[in-house]
Design a protein around this ligand. Structure first.
Ligand code: GDP
Length: 200
């Protein structure tokens, strides 16, 4: 109910940030979304916020890497982190992004939770695991959100969840509850809304 209320009000784009100095004041709770490029992050943020094009698909390697801030009505900031894992991205772009990500995760006092999106077809890959380790070190509680679950069978679903649980066992900052979603079918979207609305 709280989740529905929070996202019934319009969510607006506030700003894109390329350096720590650009962050908005830490005057409210904040949650962030991370995931490999193409994991379905834009689609999930759009589904969460009932918007078609709030989060733009950012699939261009080497494009300016921004941390995008969205405001909810009287609720937390929603923060869209740049997709990671693009092999083609230039080394200097990757380096700069890693530095900003590290500073953001370790320095943002109002960051309550990171949602790490994992493609249901692929499970936790090495590049995901590196982000999970960074979250451990930054002492940011993270929660895994499986995406595109409509693309796999029930049996595959159970299998991938076991794989993810196994990977999470090594991470002290992991929240044990895994959220299973499909932006296409709307599955799990209300669950995620409620989790966000209930964070204090
Ligand atoms: P991003 O790069 O992480 O922002 O990923 P996008 O949201 O742009 O999604 C990448 C691709 O996956 C697009 O072709 C989407 O249409 C597709 N996609 C995203 N979410 C889902 C989903 O829940 N189900 C299915 N079947 N496809 C999805």
């Amino acid at each position: 109910e709280r989740g529905r209320l929070l996202f019934a009000a319009p969510v607006e784009f506030l700003k894109g940030v390329v350096a720590m100095s650009g962050l908005p004041p830490a005057d409210r709770v904040e949650v962030c979304f991370a995931g490999r490029s193409n994991v379905g992050k834009s689609s999930l943020i759009n589904a969460l916020t009932n918007r078609k094009n709030l989060a733009r698909a950012s699939n261009t390697p080497g494009r300016t890497q921004e941390i995008n801030f969205f405001t909810t009505q009287d609720g937390p900031y929603l923060v869209d982190l740049p997709g990671y894992g693009f092999a083609e991205a230039p080394v200097n772009v990757v380096k700069k992004w890693q530095e900003l990500l590290k500073s953001y995760l370790s320095g943002r006092v109002n960051l309550r939770r990171a949602f790490v999106l994992i493609d249901s077809r692929h499970g936790v890959k090495k590049v995901d695991d590196e982000i999970l380790t960074l979250l451990d070190r930054s002492a940011v509680t993270f929660q895994v959100v499986m995406t595109k679950v409509d693309k796999i069978s029930k049996a595959e679903r159970e299998k991938v969840i076991e794989q993810v649980k196994g990977a999470l066992a090594a991470h002290p900052a992991a929240h044990p509850e895994i959220v299973v979603t499909s932006s296409e079918k709307g599955e799990g979207v209300d669950v995620l809304r409620a989790i966000i609305a209930n964070l204090e």
